[in-house]
Design a protein around this ligand. Sequence first.
Ligand SMILES: NC(=O)c1ccc[n+]([C@@H]2O[C@H](COP(=O)([O-])OP(=O)(O)OC[C@H]3O[C@@H](n4cnc5c(N)ncnc54)[C@H](O)[C@@H]3O)[C@@H](O)[C@H]2O)c1
Length: 260
Amino acid sequence: MGGLMEGRAGLVTGAASGIGRACALRFAREGAAVIVADLPSAGRGAEETVAQITADGGRSAYVPCDVSSAADNEALVAHVVQRFGKLDFAHNNAGIGVHRRLHETSDEDFDRVIAVNLRGTFLGPKHQIRQMLGNDPPFRGAIVSTSSNAGLRAVTMLSAYAASKHGILGLTKNAAVEYAEEGIRVNAVCPGAIMTPLMSDQPPERQREILAPQAMTRFGDPAEVAAAVVWLCSAEASFVTGVALPVDAGSVAWVSAHRS
Ligand SMILES: NC(=O)c1ccc[n+]([C@@H]2O[C@H](COP(=O)([O-])OP(=O)(O)OC[C@H]3O[C@@H](n4cnc5c(N)ncnc54)[C@H](O)[C@@H]3O)[C@@H](O)[C@H]2O)c1
């Protein structure tokens, strides 16, 4: 039996590590050809993702890409089409965080977080949609962006990050509405605390602080986010667009419960 993404081709950004890697592996396991995109400095990790996919019999290649660059996003889409003949799905996942209270966040850090997380999630879909509009109707493509539970609520010490992740949800809803009748679905996932380098690089007390408002008291595994991302990109989610899907062990529900 074929997988959920059999015959599809697409890309995952930030796929050298963590959630992006897990998503690229899952897309490939479900039958898709996947371009692994990440910074040149993450080339080794990206090649490792590609090696894991190809060892499993999948089709993949690494394309260096800085998601904050318009030229890189345009070239990335062109590369997927050149290599696999089309672009069916895209997962805009690359992201960074700066853990500081608002008044201690430097202007440079704020700009950097916005450039990668928000501008990157504007530029990616912009070029992906331009390509997908050329696909045959009725189902022209599916896009998922990685927001965060910090896109739905406050997370202390993450002002710039929360601003960028809330912004991603605005872009997602707008794109979903603008392209719904043209057969392109656009959704977002909002992960809770997932054990990746983004998390393990933080001191233990900060990790505990981030974990605290979760109903399930464990860290998530990147594969648990990948299951949601791949489903949203698949035909199984054909009537789903414009959603911000928490994959967050009840952290958004927990905060709401506290307020009521
Ligand atoms: N880990 C968590 O708890 C958590 C929770 C919610 C949301 N997220 C989001 O999930 C996404 C993936 O994070 P992760 O936890 O897997 O972290 P990670 O650090 O393991 O992976 C992030 C990847 O993005 C890449 N990247 C960074 N800047 C880039 C750029 N300008 N262009 C291209 N690639 C770039 C990095 O090289 C890295 O490979 C991020 O958007 C993050 O904000 C993570």
